[in-house]
Design a protein around this ligand. Structure first.
Ligand code: CA
Length: 653
């Protein structure tokens, strides 16, 4: 009787003590509900009255204490934050917005342990934990000044019936020459939730389709101060933050990140809407991160070329690179990327001559480097330079002296904090020597375009090299292109290295030597130059084939921008088709692509275009054309795009 009374009493007390708070977006449609109950804390997310995330736990287990239970909400306050910034390397050049900031202060056994800071925009949420110092025992003379995050309990629980659009985390030590994880597994569209990729989990960004709309989960603001995290599926529709796998980095380094106290986690982000426009147009990766250093010079951007994608290792020789420099100058492009083995196949002395030759033609060179070190078996050189501060800075001084524009560093294979430190060190050193940086075989950049002013973009996707390796991948090219602009590429610049007029990804352009067979149209390839956003874009154009293409196609590629002012999602379904518009210098480029067997018959509404349109299109008989079209009074246009084809409209704002 007594114990029963106590139990009832205990429940009553916990109910009395339970606390719920709501953070509402500036337009009032998005609500984040916070609750504390029986010592645990959680959040849920509603949009337009519909549930997008159901009750999802918050909290952390650290080496200082288990901060997933015995928690109490101490205080809560909100205010409004406005932001306004310009950055030419993003999908939008000038970004303004407002967020409701909610600061939820949580205690653990009577001591304040962390604030959870939420930024709630109209279609986006960013949140992070800000830890206080903490005394493990009352007798402790000093509180703890650092902590290791052993298990982040932060979860994302979706309503039943949620479908997934996910790419698996690669296990460390897997893949070619033990270079994984490198974010190079396919995204699978429209899968039911439940599996966990053989225990490895899923990389950011993760796209979900709930019964009432779309949710993109990712993270941003990851520097050397934390690891890159990913999601693990605990049970169907239930996902949770996970530290990197132990196998990352060839088992070197720890997978649990460390923070100073006070200290904080990166931002975890949620973008949602009833359609995909908020996902394709989001700027949440950059809204609340800041530059970590100032640019040492005025970095510039544009298109470029690289020989490796068509000519492979053999093309990395003096004569071929010279041909590419001539071709690049003719196209009016900015740079040539000299890929792996240049150290032995061209040599430093000849690179100096090539660099001078290029500069005389208004072109500059990017040089490829292996990131290792001790964490992969990739034999490609140069090796053992970028992983070592002394070698790296000496090399960068040589590059600066010889007018080299930037570096492409490959084969990182880890999301551990130690690896994030290497990325940051390479970027910061490169800035000291005025060099731009591209990463391949790499993690997802998390806010890096704003945090590191000389960062260009990363691969972190199954990219164009797979078009060379595999006919099957060629067959998937249009399917993948419907996914990337709204998943991988919507959160970070993507160095994909595509766009070619070759029928085969080889120098013979036929079946006499190996090289994947392209099944997409030339217009589709031109569309990819718009759809895949990267401020300095190395295209897979092969000089000998390109020069025989129709002049209007070459002219399009000479003029297509790599810097954009705005983006609009017009229509699409990931894995099936996509209609997306990007604006640059007052001109809109609208691209429709189709990955389905049946032609894409749609009415496209273009109220934001005021001029006649130039239309580049495939018809259903396989004929490609360019023509000027008058837009109707209601500013709509009928499209009928065959599988693996495209329609591109260009018109003035
Ligand atoms: Ca790669």
């Amino acid at each position: 009787m007594k114990s029963r009374f106590l139990l009832t009493c205990g429940l009553a007390v916990s109910t009395l003590l339970s606390s719920a708070q709501t953070i509402t977006s500036p337009d009032k449609k998005l609500q984040v509900k916070l609750s504390e109950n029986s010592g645990t804390i959680s959040y849920s997310v509603n949009y337009n009255g519909k549930e997008f995330l159901i009750s999802s736990p918050l909290g952390m287990i650290t080496d200082v204490g288990d901060f997933s239970k015995n928690l109490k909400a101490e205080s809560f306050k909100t205010d409004t934050v406005a932001f306004d910034y310009s950055l030419k390397v993003l999908k939008k050049s000038h970004i303004t917005g407002k967020a409701t900031r909610g600061v939820w202060t949580i205690s653990h056994k009577g001591q304040k342990i962390f604030d959870i800071i939420f930024m709630v925009e109209n279609n986006d949420i960013a949140f992070k934990y800000k830890f206080y110092r903490y005394k493990v025992n009352e007798k402790d003379e000093y509180p703890r000044h650092c902590a290791v995050i052993q298990d982040d309990k932060t979860s994302f629980n979706f309503p039943d019936g949620t479908k997934t659009f996910l790419s698996a985390q690669m296990k460390g030590g897997s893949g070619w020459a033990r270079t994984a994880p490198s974010y190079e597994l396919p995204y699978f569209a429209d899968r039911p939730s439940g599996d966990n990729a053989n225990g490895a989990g899923f990389i950011f960004p993760c796209l979900f389709k709930t019964p009432d709309g779309w949710v993109l989960v990712s993270e941003t603001g990851v520097s050397s101060a934390y690891c890159g995290s990913h999601l693990t599926c605990e049970k169907p529709s239930s996902y949770k933050i996970a530290n990197p796998l132990d196998s990352d980095y060839n088992f070197n380094g720890t997978s649990a990140p460390g923070i100073p106290l006070p200290g904080e986690t990166p931002w975890r982000t949620i973008t949602l809407g009833e359609n995909l426009a908020p996902v394709a147009e989001t700027t949440i990766p950059w809204d609340f991160v800041e530059p970590l250093y100032s640019p040492s010079k005025n970095y510039t951007y544009g298109a470029g070329t690289w020989s490796w994608i068509i000519g492979f290792d053999e093309s990395v020789n003096y004569e071929t690179q010279k041909e590419y420099i001539d071709f690049t100058a003719k196209m009016g492009y900015a740079s040539v990327l000299v890929d792996n083995w240049w150290d032995t196949q061209i040599g430093r002395d000849s690179i100096e001559i090539l660099s001078k030759y290029a500069q005389n033609k208004g072109v500059s060179l990017f040089l490829w480097y292996n990131s290792n070190g001790y964490w992969n078996d990739a034999p490609q050189g140069p090796r053992n330079i970028m992983n070592n501060l002394i070698n790296r800075r000496k090399e960068m001084a040589w590059m600066q002296k010889n007018g080299i524009r930037g570096i492409k560093v490959d084969f990182f294979g880890s999301d551990k904090q130690q690896t994030m430190q290497l990325y940051e060190d390479i970027l910061a050193d490169a800035n000291d020597f005025g060099l731009e940086v591209i990463f391949h075989g790499a993690t997802l950049p998390r806010g890096w375009e704003k945090m590191y002013p000389n960062f260009i973009g990363s691969e972190a996707v199954l990219a164009s090299e797979n078009l060379h390796f595999s006919d099957d991948f060629c067959k998937q090219e249009s399917y993948n292109a419907t996914l990337h602009p709204i998943i991988r590429n919507t959160v970070a610049s993507m160095d994909y290295g595509g766009v070619t007029f070759n029928d085969y990804f080889n120098t013979a352009n036929d079946t006499t030597i190996w090289g994947g067979h392209r099944v997409t149209s030339d217009i589709f390839q031109m569309g990819v130059a718009v759809l895949f956003q990267c401020p300095l874009n190395h295209l897979a154009l092969y000089p000998k084939v390109t020069k025989d293409s129709e002049p209007w196609k070459i002219d399009f590629l000479k003029k297509v921008p790599t810097l954009w002012d705005d983006v609009k999602f017009l229509d699409g379904y990931p894995g099936k088709y996509l209609v997306l518009a990007r604006k640059s210098a007052g001109k809109w480029y609208v691209v429709a692509i189709n990955a389905e067997d049946t032609p894409l018959k749609k009415t496209v509404s273009l109220p934001f275009i005021s001029s006649d349109l130039t239309l580049y299109a495939d018809d259903l008989k396989g004929v490609e054309s360019m023509k000027t079209v008058k837009i109707s009074k209601d500013k709509t246009y009928q499209i009928n795009v065959p599988k693996n084809g495209a329609a591109i409209f260009v018109g003035k704002e």
